[in-house]
Design a protein around this ligand. Structure first.
Ligand SMILES: Cc1ncc(COP(=O)(O)O)c(C=O)c1O
Length: 358
């Protein structure tokens, strides 16, 4: 656990906080925003000073190149209120590294630590009252970087805007997941952008997610684009299976997002003495293992959903059913992660930064 020092970032405070009207008992994911945003602009080859201003609309040229050509990337991370009322930010440096990997792939400028990390700390110090209390609550933080040149033509923009905004959230999926495996659509191809958090990865996935929701499923499980055979990931989560006593997750091939929750869970399982394997897993193997009674658990991991158990998986004309109430390894790792984040277990991995109050 590291603690933060105060940094100088210009702050314009809102005169109309929405905190008193916010019902923390009924938070729909992604629809309640905190009072402020952090903004930093990149121009003429360098970053300007970050500033914190009241949450509000942006004024953009209709020619804003991110809107036309999709030079836009983001991150999703969380801060938690621990049992001693301290605010803990989870794996911020890892999220910055991933954002900068996305930036490199999309020819965008990397975001320096003084803006991403110091800015995030200062932003959180100010927005601390927006971090919900309780086991399921957290403040979801959304760093966003997009191209702001007003220019029609395909070339990397010369101007960019970085924003940090925040939403107080509670549980993402209240029920175990009903999964639909698609082999008619694909999410990512080798050499593409599947391994980074590009806005453009999400728009093409919507049609499959829409079909899934309209047909009684919650999420889509994507297969590899070439063979349409190997499990890749869910639209916003990495995929895990427990086969016999082993934890198995698809290996990172360049088409799968390197999830920070995925990495956290692999670390926790290893330390719990549970063997983990990162390898190719075909969808046929999943059904075969289920038929043999060896598929014990299936779940998804991601910052928003944290760890979500799977109830059913449907592929072509077959559906397999699991019993999430009987899962053992997933709930044990989920609890360990929650306990670390809430200060009930020591942070031996150095995942947390404690944000000191204003
Ligand atoms: C496509 C995709 N896969 C996996 C994840 C999980 O990644 P993380 O655990 O870093 O949130 C996310 C969410 O960020 C995602 O959008």
């Amino acid at each position: 656990m590291i603690t933060t020092e105060k940094k100088r970032i210009a702050i314009e405070r809102t005169s109309h906080s929405r905190l008193p009207q916010t019902d923390f008992g009924h938070l729909a994911f992604g629809s309640t925003f905190s009072d402020h945003v952090l903004i930093a602009d990149y121009s003429k080859g360098k970053w300007g000073e970050a500033r914190i201003v009241p949450y509000g609309n942006l004024e953009l040229s209709p020619g804003t190149s991110a809107l036309h050509y999709g030079q836009s990337i983001f991150e999703g991370m969380k801060a938690f209120r621990d049992v001693n009322d301290a605010i803990n930010l989870f794996r911020a440096e890892d999220h910055r590294n991933r954002m900068n990997k996305s930036a490199r792939r999309l020819c965008m400028p990397e975001v320096p630590a003084e803006i991403f990390i110091d800015g995030m700390h200062e932003f959180l110090r100010l927005e601390a009252p927006w971090v919900p209390a309780g086991e399921e609550g957290s403040l979801y933080l959304r760093p966003l970087l997009f191209a702001t040149d007003s220019f029609l033509g395909i070339r990397p923009s010369e101007n960019y805007r970085f924003i940090i905004m925040a939403c107080p959230v509670s549980a993402y999926y209240p029920e175990p997941l009903r999964v639909w495996v698609t082999n008619s659509y694909v999410r990512a191809v080798d050499g593409g952008v599947g391994y980074v958090k590009a806005a453009g990865n999400y728009a093409p996935s919507m049609i499959a997610n829409k079909y899934a929701r309209e047909n009684g499923y919650n999420v889509v499980l994507w297969l590899d684009a070439i063979n349409r055979k190997y499990v890749e990931e869910y639209s916003t989560m990495n995929a895990f299976f427990v086969i016999d006593e082993f934890v198995v997750t698809p290996k990172l091939t360049g088409t799968i997002l390197e999830g920070i929750t995925r990495d956290s869970l692999l670390t926790l399982f290893e330390d719990m003495g549970v063997p983990t394997f990162e390898r190719e897993i075909s969808i046929n193997e999943i059904f075969e293992m289920h038929d043999k009674g060896k598929l014990r658990e299936a779940f998804g991991t991601g910052t928003a959903a944290v760890v979500a158990p799977v109830q059913t998986i449907t592929y072509e004309d077959r559906t397999l059913e699991l019993n999430p109430d009987g899962f053992k390894l997933m709930p044990a790792a989920k609890k360990k992660l929650a306990d670390i984040r809430r200060g009930l277990e020591p942070d031996v991995y150095g995942w947390l930064t404690q944000i000191l109050p204003e």
